[in-house]
Design a protein around this ligand. Structure first.
Ligand code: TRP
Ligand code: SF4
Length: 438
C-alpha cells in the first residue's frame, strides 16, 4: 500500500496506517497535560503522530516551538479544511510561533491552476476565514510558496540528499509525471524546515498538523532533516549510547564540542574513539538520548550544519462528507463551505446520511448508530464544545431516545450560529489581511 497525497482516497483504516508506516498512536498522555486540550485532540479525531513528545517537552518546559502547516488554494474552504486552522489557533493560544504556507506552487504543479487563480482562493477563501475564525496576528505569518526564496532555496539544496529511487518508491512517480510535480514534495520540505533558519527563529521543535494523506511528505521531510545532521546520538547493537559524527570534516572539533556538552550535562564515563568518529557515554541511559541530541543539534550551525530539529507531525482523520463519501470542494453537496448561506447549509444537513434506523419504531426499539452518523460527526468535530452534552446525545441516540429529524434540526441551528459568526467576522477581515502576510 502507498499513501497518495494527491488522490481523493480517505484512508479509513487508521490502525493499518499506523502498523504499516510507523505512525504512532496519539495517546492520552500526549494531550492530558495541556490546559483545556482542544476537542479534536481529546475526542480522538487526531489519530496519530510522529515525534509529538518533542512538542510536549517544549510546551511543558516553556521552550520556544513553532507550527508550520500549509493550505492548498485550489477551491472553496469547507469544514474539513477548518480542522487544521482550529488546531493552529489552539496552538497559537499555547504560545507557538505560527507559520502558514500557501501551497500555490503545489497547486500549480499538481492541479490545473495558474498562480493568479490560487492567490484569489488563498485570500478570499482561506485567509479571510482564518481571520474570522480567530487567528491572531501576533507571532503569525502567512506566506506564498512562490514568493518565499528561503523555502525554495532549501527545497533545492536539501534535495541533494534524496534520490530518484526514493522519490519513486515514496510517491509512485512515473515517466510522464511532470518535473514541477516531482519537485513539489521538496518545496513542502522547504516549507517545513525553513522556519528553523536563523532568520525565522532558529532551530526548534516544529509541529506540522495535517491530514494523514500528507504523511509521505512528512516522512520525506523528517528523513531529509536527519540526513543533514552532523551528529547522530544512538543506541548501538551492543547496547551502548554513542554520539557519532556523520561527516568527514572538522571531526576533532566536533568531538571536542560534544565532549564539552556531555560534561555540561554531567556525564562522566565518556570514552572518545577518534578513529570511529565516536564518543561512547557509559553512564547514559536510553531516556537521555533526546536531551543529549537537543543539546548537540543546537550547536550544529556553528560547524556549518543546519541544526534542524526533526519536525513532528499530527494526523487528523477526515470528516465524512454529507453524502457519505469524502467531503470535497468538487462535490458541493458533500461539503459545507464556510461561505454557505444558512439555507444552503440547512438543506445539505436535512438531506444528509445519518446512522438512524429505517423506521421510527425500529429506531425507538434498537437505537441509532452515532458512530456511523454524519450529523453526529458534525457535533463532534465542529458544533458542540461541551463533552457532557455530546455524550448525552450519543447515549440518547444509542438508547433510541433521540430521533434523526430532531437531531438534524439541532445541527442546522448550531451550524447557522457558527456560519453567521464567521460571516460577520469576515466583513472586517479584508482590511486585516496585510498584517498576516509576509
Ligand atoms: N501539501 C499540502 C496539501 O495538499 C499543502 C502544504 C504545502 C503543506 N506545504 C505544506 C502542508 C507544509 C503542511 C506543511 O494540503
Ligand atoms: Fe445521528 Fe442523531 Fe440520528 Fe443518532 S439520532 S443517528 S446521532 S442523527
Amino acid at each position: 500500500m502507498k499513501i497518495d497525497p494527491w488522490s481523493s482516497t480517505t484512508y479509513q483504516d487508521y490502525s493499518r496506517l499506523r502498523d504499516e508506516f510507523g505512525i504512532e498512536e496519539f495517546s492520552e498522555d500526549l494531550y492530558k497535560f495541556l490546559p483545556h486540550p482542544h476537542r479534536l485532540l481529546r475526542r480522538g479525531v487526531i489519530i496519530g503522530h510522529r515525534g509529538f513528545s518533542q512538542i510536549k517537552d517544549a510546551i511543558q518546559n516553556k521552550k520556544s516551538w513553532a507550527i508550520l502547516t500549509g493550505l492548498m488554494p485550489s477551491g472553496k474552504m469547507h469544514l474539513g479544511h477548518k480542522m487544521v486552522i482550529d488546531q493552529v489557533i489552539y496552538y497559537q493560544s499555547l504560545g507557538a510561533d505560527i507559520n502558514i504556507a500557501v501551497a500555490d506552487i503545489e497547486a500549480f504543479a499538481t492541479r490545473d491552476y495558474t498562480l493568479e487563480q490560487t492567490r484569489e482562493y488563498a485570500i478570499n477563501e482561506y485567509i479571510k476565514n482564518y481571520i474570522a475564525l480567530g487567528l491572531k496576528t501576533e507571532k503569525c505569518r502567512i506566506y506564498f510558496q512562490s514568493k518565499n526564496q528561503d523555502a525554495k532555496d532549501l527545497a533545492y539544496l536539501l534535495g541533494k540528499k534524496i534520490n530518484w529511487s526514493q522519490m519513486q518508491s515514496t510517491y509512485g512517480f512515473i515517466g510522464s509525471t511532470s518535473m514541477a510535480h516531482i519537485f513539489s514534495p521538496l518545496i513542502q520540505t522547504g516549507d517545513i524546515l525553513h522556519v528553523q533558519l536563523k532568520k525565522y527563529g532558529g532551530g526548534r521543535p516544529t509541529l506540522v498538523p495535517v491530514g494523514v494523506d500528507q504523511d509521505p511528505h512528512i516522512r520525506l521531510c523528517r528523513d531529509i532533516a536527519q540526513a543533514h545532521r552532523l551528529y547522530n546520538v544512538t543506541i548501538t547493537k551492543d547496547n551502548r549510547i554513542g554520539v557519532f559524527i556523520k561527516i568527514d570534516e572538522n571531526i576533532e572539533k566536533l568531538l571536542d564540542n560534544a565532549e564539552k556538552i556531555l560534561n555540561k550535562l554531567q556525564f562522566t564515563k565518556i570514552n572518545r574513539i577518534t578513529d570511529y568518529k565516536a564518543i561512547y557515554i557509559n553512564d547514559a541511559k536510553k531516556e537521555d538520548i533526546p536531551l543529549i541530541d537537543e543539546a548537540l543539534v543546537k550547536t550544529e550551525p556553528f560547524f556549518g550544519g543546519y541544526g534542524f530539529f526533526t519536525p513532528s507531525s499530527t494526523y487528523h482523520r477526515f470528516i465524512t462528507g454529507l453524502t457519505g463519501g469524502k467531503m470535497s470542494s468538487s462535490n458541493p453537496e458533500s461539503a459545507i463551505f464556510l461561505t454557505d448561506t444558512y439555507e444552503q447549509a440547512k438543506k445539505k444537513i436535512m438531506n444528509c446520511k445519518t446512522g438512524g434506523a429505517v423506521t421510527l419504531e425500529e429506531q425507538k426499539k434498537n437505537g441509532g448508530k452515532p458512530d456511523e452518523c454524519v450529523i453526529y460527526e458534525l457535533f463532534l468535530y465542529h458544533l458542540i464544545e461541551d463533552d457532557n452534552e455530546l455524550m448525552q446525545i450519543y447515549n440518547d441516540c444509542k438508547n433510541g431516545k433521540k430521533m434523526c429529524g430532531q437531531c438534524k434540526k439541532y445541527a442546522a441551528e448550531l451550524m447557522e450560529k457558527m456560519l453567521i459568526d464567521i460571516q460577520n467576522k469576515r466583513k472586517t477581515a479584508e482590511g486585516k489581511i496585510k498584517k498576516y502576510l509576509e
